[in-house]
Design a binder for this molecule. Sequence first.
Ligand SMILES: [Zn+2]
Ligand SMILES: [Zn+2]
Length: 355
Amino acid sequence: MGSRRRWNGLVAALILASGEAGAHEVDLTQLPLGDGKISTAPQRGFIWACRIDPNAGGAFRDGPWIDKAKGVYDFTKKAVVDGKVTWDGRYRMSLQGERRVFSTNDLPNHPTGVFPIQPGDDAYQWDRNPNSIKTQDFKVELAASPALAAAPTCAPGAVGVLISGAVLFNALDAPGRDAVAHETQDGCQGHPQESGAYHYHSVTTCLDDRRLADGHSALVGYALDGFGIFGRFGEGGKALSSDDLDDCHGHTHAIPWDGKTTVMYHYHATWDFPYTVGCLRGQWRQQDVMTISAPPQGQGGPQGGRPDLGAAAAKLGITESALMQALGPPPPDLAAAAAKLGISQEKLRTALGVP
Ligand SMILES: [Zn+2]
Ligand SMILES: [Zn+2]
């Protein structure tokens, strides 16, 4: 019964996607499937993910909105998790000298679906997300005026915080597929991971894609490196796709920044993969990734970017890089990896904690 609710957010999204300037319309019924668009260096339209963990979760079968043969999915036909649960979101951002300080409980300023996904929900056919949304109080400090690093770096599991108060993960689900296409999310494109952290994999349509005077989108969040994330429209109100942006999904021009106009790098949301950050152009800290992705104690949260391959490698008495090499590019083939390592698949699964 998610169809009516689905359209609430989508009608607005469709209007926004068509763009005032009509530069190019985005067909939400034929979005390119991002599966396999994972790179090991900066590459436009791809995600350079720091790691993919084989500790799979998420949708257990493909919904009919995914057309693998054509390599597209129909965003307007995706199952949407039912519900309209409201939360006491507490998001605050302040400037303290060189630092931009965020505190939030990760509860969004918009309603969410009912989680765990209920058996009566149409979404349950595709994804049985058993997690509940839980408060995650955290504080992070990012650079207030970030500078470009000498070279881009890979994108960890959690890549930023949106001004809705909830965290932004990268474009991949736990097994390393296009999360926006595969994961069943609520009407605001969010859902909780195993420790209850509500998160998105794209910029939620429940945040208005507000426009500045020239048609450029307003700020919708901050990436881990401190650079801004803006909505889906560029200068002159042009609807952006990955082709308009650099390898990390951003570009540089004058933007409003803390009350001033500054020529500065920034990321953009797009409707096409990788949706937000493809890699990071500024410096970031692993400790912030862990803080905002809040994996459960002692467990690797694959979407959160906390490594569990190290622990698995230790259990197997091999190095982490040997294990990663055996697993190969995502999605991992456990049978082949076990053969490469000369161990049984069962032993490998046990070490990885994969059933
Ligand atoms: Zn997710
Ligand atoms: Zn821009």
